[in-house]
Design a protein around this ligand. Sequence first.
Ligand SMILES: [Zn+2]
Length: 319
Amino acid sequence: MRIAAGLIFASVVSLCVSGGAWSQTATGPTAVPPAAPQAAPAAAPAAATTPAPLSKAACTNPDALGIARVVEIDTTGGPGFGFEHFKQLDFLRDHEVVLTFDDGPWIGNTPAVLKALADECTTGIFFSIGKHATYYPEILRQVLAAGHTIGSHTWSHATLTNKKLTEDQRKEEIEKGFSAVKWALDGVSPAPFFRFPALQHPPEMVTYLGTRNIAIFSCDLDSFDFKARNAQQVIDVTMKKLDKLGKGIILLHDFHKHTAEALPELLRRLKAGGYKVVRMIPKAPVQTLPQYDEELLKDAKLPTVSERPVSSVVQTISE
Ligand SMILES: [Zn+2]
């Protein structure tokens, strides 16, 4: 089956010119309740803007890790990436890595991750939780503005293998996650890139994503940063696994403080170790389903009319 696999590969991943045209992506939620959800911005306008491309011209760090190459992904049929679960698409060369960040956007930690990536003129894929995107849309828009790829990680970070969920509820987790990210990005559709919470892949949802032309991302290397006691442990575990594998899609969490703290040093270690970052972009954005876009707008938590402070809307005239 080598030839067949090669043909599939060639049709799914194509090499792009660095800094070339780029479209956008989306993300999903965690089981942790938000500490202090912020008011979301005004309802999503229809206008979509093209995110700023990451370019060498914008990089002022001569020793930056940078971006070695850009690959464009044709997500037709829902290809799977990450050798922990999907073995067909071995597209990374020796010492190439893809950085992926789950569970954001989150206050403090996601901006710190963005700064570390910007300082090294490099990039990653952000798999956002839909609910978190509605808590902190302005942070997700910073991710977009910095030119990173955004995908989705469900609406509420439900484990989709949970037998208590109906098939409709599983689909809603997937679809509402993408709709929420699109809403947070002011109508810019994210990439059709999806990661299952806890890397639990119910076969019927894998099939469903195939019908939706959404790519599935497992990983080659789990940093287990969510279990790390400190930043150093994130660095040590990641580098040890990477040096053993030699390349891979790395799973990290911009949601976690230790990861945000670890990233500047981790990126320096990648550079020192001769690793190169590959940027993955979609050939076309995800097509969200109107019923879930509308369901999201009906959510009482989302402002749909005005951001005026209560004092300008409600005036006591008699008491
Ligand atoms: Zn997650």
